[in-house]
Design a protein around this ligand. Sequence first.
Ligand code: NAP
Ligand code: MG
Length: 491
Amino acid sequence: MAFKTLDTNEQLAACKALINGAACDGSSGEMLEVVCPSDGKPFATIPRCTGADVGRAVTAARQAYEAQSWAKLTAAERGRILLGLSNLIAENQDNLAAIESRDTGKPLTQGRADVAAAIRYFEFYGGAADKISGETLPVADGYLAMTLREPHGVVGAVIPWNYPTQIFSRVAGAALAMGNALVIKPAEHACLSVLRVAELAHEAGLPKGILNVVTGFGDEVGAALAHHPGIDFITFTGSPQVGTTIQAAAARNHIGCTLELGGKSPQILFEDADLDKALPTVRNAIIQNGGQTCSAGSRVLVQETIYEEVVERLRNKFRALVAGPHDQDLDIGPLINAAQARRVAAFCERAKNERIPLIAEGTIAPDTPEAGFYTTPKLFGPVPMTSSLAQEEIFGPVLAVIPFKDEEEAIRIANDTPYGLVAGVWTRDGARAIRVARRVRSGQVFINAYGAGGGVELPFGGVKKSGHGREKGFEALREFSVLKTVIINHG
Ligand code: NAP
Ligand code: MG
């Protein structure tokens, strides 16, 4: 199959969508080119599916679901198939990592880490499948009341290009463990690893129709899926703008949705922080995946008394950063596409016009292909909270340094954006760490640590414009299920 050559090769590999267990082209017959961000060259094609293909996929999912081919298995049997998939991903780790890196431009080390996370997702949810249950409830004498935790039915999922393997595995692991059928629309800029893992899922024994992958454009295939009356729940990861349209479509169909949107996550450095530990983490949290991470630590709030020292030390770190092709495995790869590179450049240009000082900038490796979508990592500061650098999600390797006076001001600044996804607090004062953690409005808070996206066990999601609902951990099993209350009069 096309995937075997994707990591190495010369000729354009023709990839297929996956509907009802069969690899297929879209009904339009058109193919879209898949471009490697490192050199701007096409290396594969994917079908441009249409609304009609979404319809076929939803019908296949519905039939498979109603036939009980998946939900009728015991939870333990479903879990075993997911564990089998985890093992198959592990056997194919090198190939999958190479595909992911070439498709997204991320350095190979990051590609491997993403596949390791996928292995872990299916391991976790394979093990969790038979460990989630309902409750019995204390009610009036003569009655027995209980809750059953049941699948929604057919789940629709729309996911972005930044971590396709990971985000697919996070969604599919939990949704499938609960017994749902799934129709997923990956981003057209990065869907190859998703197609490959979905193929492996069938090798692992997933019944046909339970997992369908429809490729193509967001405003065509994604919108058709979100609006389809045949889905029972939808989960979306991506931008707040598209998230709004997904939620509106869900409202029209009276179904639930989870939205995992962006962030402008702060790391707060108090004067008593252990800077030797904090600063490498601050740097990594913004350069991981070229800053194209929803939970990127894109603001660092620094107490005035240590501002000069922190800026000096970060300046040296940023100057040493090098961007280059994915297979050179440097600090960062290219951005995903030309539009994203332009978007990041526009933010930096605006910062320049607003006279926000550029403290330091990394470099691009020599002999890097000119047609790739590269940008240098940048450190700006002091950044006023009114500027777009402090307020908007850039989705690039750009860190804003923002000074603060005291704890109260740190909390105010941390909360002063529309987002609330992740925060980091660095201090040796335990009581302060807890006070700040409790007052920061965000879905996750790290104390003396920061793990952009890490930890499959940890419920993850946002507040405010970062979205609602939780992925990961047992919480995701609750999101991908619905409670039925059964009341028995036994006299
Ligand atoms: P995006 O434009 O919102 O795209 C996300 C997905 O939605 C893609 O599959 C896209 O398809 C699809 N889409 C686009 N227009 C659509 C429409 N009208 N109806 C239905 N689906 C549609 O976001 P992106 O630019 O790819 O990703 C960057 C954004 O995602 C950032 O804001 C980032 O913070 C956020 N993000 C959040 C998380 C999280 O977990 N919280 C994780 C990753 C990314 P096409 O791309 O094929 O058009
Ligand atoms: Mg790509």
